[in-house]
Design a protein around this ligand. Structure first.
Ligand code: IMP
Length: 197
């Protein structure tokens, strides 16, 4: 059974292939299926945005689809960058966006933050299934570490021993991250249902 990933990010596709092919899916990227959709992320939650992207592809392809949406929420910034994590304040680089978060927290005691991922799986009947993963932590005083991407150099997770996620080996995120948690929930769901041939 075909499963289309609503992304053309090679790393993400490879990761999803490894996870879902053992469940009998033929995993394909949007590009491999010649689906060139630019879906506007008009939702007000990660769940809504993940579902919007997945639904647009399902409506075109009528097969199983997976889409995800993630971001960083900082308590003292009212949940920002949130849905706008990838384009926070219109800043061009990841470094600039990280510095904007650090600046926003200057003089504030509350540095609590969390990463959120929502995965939307649309099954072969068109039914949506949502899986959310949350990774709690705090924002560091300054950037540290070179691994990962995005806000990893300023995020110290609750299980990070005081080190930023970018200072930890990549295998750390594969075990503890928001994305790992959402994927685990989806895997548990797939294991609980019997796949038609
Ligand atoms: P996406 O929806 O997975 O593409 O994530 C949107 C944005 O959230 C990314 O561009 C990053 O800025 C941020 N983000 C999501 N997940 C992570 C993570 O694991 N580490 C650091 N930043 C992340």
């Amino acid at each position: 059974m075909k499963l289309i990933i609503a992304s053309n990010n090679k790393g993400k596709i490879r990761e999803y292939k490894d996870i879902f092919e053992p469940f009998g899916f033929l995993v394909r990227s949007q590009g491999e299926e010649n689906i060139n959709l630019e879906v506007e992320e008009t939702g007000t939650t990660f769940e809504q945005n993940a579902a919007l992207k997945a639904r647009a592809i399902y409506d075109r392809a009528h097969c199983c689809v997976i889409s995800d949406d993630s971001g960083l929420e900082v308590e003292a910034l009212g949940g920002e960058p949130g849905l706008y994590s990838a384009r926070y304040k219109g800043l061009q680089t990841e470094h600039e966006r990280r510095m904007a978060v650090l600046k926003g927290l200057e003089g504030k005691d509350n540095r609590n933050a969390r990463f959120v991922t929502c995965i939307c799986f649309i099954d072969e009947t068109g039914k949506e299934h949502l899986f959310t993963g949350i990774w709690k932590g705090v924002i560091a005083a300054k950037e540290e570490g070179a691994n990962g991407f995005g806000y990893d150099p300023i995020f110290i997770s609750e299980d990070g021993n005081g080190k930023t996620t970018a200072s930890m080996p990549l295998s750390f995120k594969e075990t503890y991250s928001h994305r790992a948690k959402a994927v685990k929930a989806l895997i548990a769901y797939l294991q609980s249902r019997s796949l038609p041939a």
